[in-house]
Design a protein. Structure first.
Length: 216
């Protein structure tokens, strides 16, 4: 009788060892798969900043946009800032970064936000994710097949002074400018419009955007 119990105990031990071994193998495979996925995950870092203005440049920015950022940095680090050139660059960079979807990681990666007046940034981001960015598929693992707009050039028209009211404030020296967008391929996205920019301490921020140019 004791021998039979001993045999049963041995079988249970062997079975337990096998179960533990299987669990170890499963956990090991799951860990490796998770590690592999993490290593393939795209993490976008900032590679440049403009001190005192809170402008940053991401490493996944296009060559065209990096050139504009370099130009903006030169303008803002000068002893005497050319405000009109500053305003035009803000408009140009905002339009490019907002409408160029090809380099965006997901629908949450809304371009141009850093150029928007801070009180409007949350509403702007929500509007973008509910409209233009709504269908942007995730490219976190570099496997997106979706065709998205890629911009080759943004042209900015002459600046015009205007008055812009926001909340209890009024900017009597606000700017208005028209823009035109050239895409690598026409996918039916917006090609022109108008921006209004306001003064915010030493910054110039985008306060509004229309879908059509004032010249249309």
């Amino acid at each position: 009788m004791k021998r039979r119990k001993r045999k049963l105990n041995v079988k249970r031990i062997v079975l337990l060892v096998l179960i533990i071994a299987i669990l170890v193998v499963v956990c090991f495979l799951a860990f490796n798969k998770s590690k592999e996925s993490s290593s393939n995950k795209k993490v976008v870092k900032n590679i440049d900043t403009i001190e005192g203005y809170d402008y940053t440049l991401k490493e996944n920015a296009t060559k065209y946009y990096k050139g504009l950022f370099k130009e903006l940095k030169t303008v803002l680090e000068a002893d005497n800032i050319n405000e009109e050139k500053y305003a035009k660059l803000v408009g140009q960079m905002f339009v490019y970064d907002f409408f160029n979807l090809d380099n965006k990681i997901s629908k949450n990666d809304v371009g141009g936000k850093q150029f928007v007046f801070k009180n409007y940034q949350n509403d702007f981001e929500k509007y973008a994710m509910d409209t233009m960015y709504k269908t942007v598929e995730s490219n976190v693992y570099n496997n997106r097949k979706q065709q998205l707009p890629s911009i080759t050039k943004v042209s900015i028209g002459d600046l015009e002074n205007t008055t812009f009211k926001y909340g209890n404030n009024t900017d009597d020296k606000a700017y208005e400018l028209n823009f035109e967008i050239e895409y690598k391929e026409d996918l039916g996205y917006q090609t022109s419009g108008t921006l209004k920019l306001i003064h915010n301490d030493k910054r110039i921020d985008v306060a509004s955007m229309s879908e059509k140019s004032t010249n249309d």
